[in-house]
Design a protein around this ligand. Sequence first.
Ligand SMILES: [Ca+2]
Ligand SMILES: [Ca+2]
Length: 611
Amino acid sequence: MSEAHSEAVEEVARRHAEVRERLVAMSALLREMKSRAAVQEARDDSERAPYAAALGELAEFFTKDVCELMRLEEEALFPPVGRDLNEIGGPVAALEIEHEELRHLIREFAQAVGAWSCGESDRGSIASVLVSCAERLRDLLRVHIEKEEAVLFRLIPRVFTRADARRARACVRLWRSKMKALALMVFGGGVGILFGTVAFAQQGTKSMERQFAVQGEIRTRWEGRWGELLGQPFQIGVRDAYLLTRVRVGVDVRPTRWLRLFLQGQDAQAMGFRADPDPPIVEDTFDMRQAYVEVFNRERRGFGLQIGRQELCFGDERLLGAFDWGNTARAFDALRVFYAWPKSRVDVFAASVVVIEDGAFNRHRAGENLYGIYGSFQGVIPEAVVEGYTLWRTRPRVVGERGQLGDADVVTVGTRWAGALPAAFEYRVEIAGQLGRWARERVRAWALHTQLSYRAASAPVSPRVLIEYNQASGDRDPTDGRRETFDQLFPTNHDKYGIADVVGWQNMRNVRVGVWGRLNPRITAQLDYHSFWLASGRDALYGAGGTPIVRFSSADRTHIGQELDVDVRVALSRALALGTGYAHLFPGRFLKRAASGTSVTFAYTMLTYRF
Ligand SMILES: [Ca+2]
Ligand SMILES: [Ca+2]
């Protein structure tokens, strides 16, 4: 399978390299044209001719090669990645919209080249349209290629089934023969034109622009909560509505093929939040979010090193993730060494989570450490990715059940499997166990995630139906000196156990039934039903953030409640995404007794702009 899917990826990567080379040549050409204003207005054909030839060749390259490449990507690579549940309004939708935009820009560019070359009267203004259009095309294409390599190439080994890989390989082979035929057809006429461009390409210095990218995100989200306020005890009649804003700006510098520096700043604010001062989960005035150095070959194989402030995201992010939903999100100060094969990767890291503090520079806390080894392998089991991990978390000065003070050392050992079954069924399973010491007490805990889903890709709205069972151990006796509450570590939890975020992966049992559909190319919707129970009635209910929200010691009242969720995502343009959702939790026997029957309602509307 690896050979088949890597054949497609390698072909696309090779073509990307070609596109990059052309963009360097185009930049040189544009600089030349701009610096010689006379050229733009040239009435003399002999002065204009070499530029016209080079521009014509570029226009041809974009309209043929680049458009064909986009078609290949859409046929061979996008569909398997796009049907993944976690991609609601996600990267593939954004890439498809960028393709639309690129096609539009390419048409505009080719028209401008035609108009300028055949000597229309107002050549000066045509030239400025041409230059601005070329620059937009170049910038978008450059960012788009980076994004495809960073996102798509990383996802493909994880989501491609054997059938996907076979189809991708067949697409690539067909495409190659088509391109050969096209090349033969244009060869004759193209030779002369080509010489013109080669001259410009040679003049172009190795572009700085290729090695430097600025990226960012502006996000704003309105949230309303009734009955329970983010990680606080339930209260009848309590409610809150507020606006969260977040601005991120990043600089990505790649001075050589194997070195990368990434810096990202973030400003997160909350308006109208009930708590005062606004807690660090929603507010952190401008601070450094990521700053790391990566040493890794551009082919993304072999040994690599990443050191500095960075995100740690593994598997489904049930235990380790960047918690992007959160307004301030999460990062780690970490040293990470890894080895990557085309379809597998092993990471070893030492990290400490960054503690957000508004009004001060964020730092990690001494003694709050996480050491880990995480391996992800594809192809060991047919049509599946198999992962295994060991994570060791240390915390200083914790309090045990019997009131003693001490340090905590907890080791989590787990495995995660995700793959395809016959007849369009897919599964995901994750099991983790915890052993260790909490103050002077022993830790024994475990957790489980299982999901079975079915996709009807050819039916209207290509629905995906899923059923899930999740469980995480709770403490059965609060005074026996054994800690049995599972620790969910540092998860990205929001979309996993109900979007109201009332329940985390600690002391819980959860049944989920859901359906996802693509209503049109830009709109996706997810509907979910959840039922939640406590695993142990003698332990607390822990919220999505892992903090205890409510406790009521009773062995027979463990039903927390049932939740209904609706979540709709709309890709408004390649840069702008809208999300809106509504959730209601109907209280069960546990909440009826422990929190006077409070129900919880949550609603949000979010706009995200990325550049
Ligand atoms: Ca801060
Ligand atoms: Ca206990």
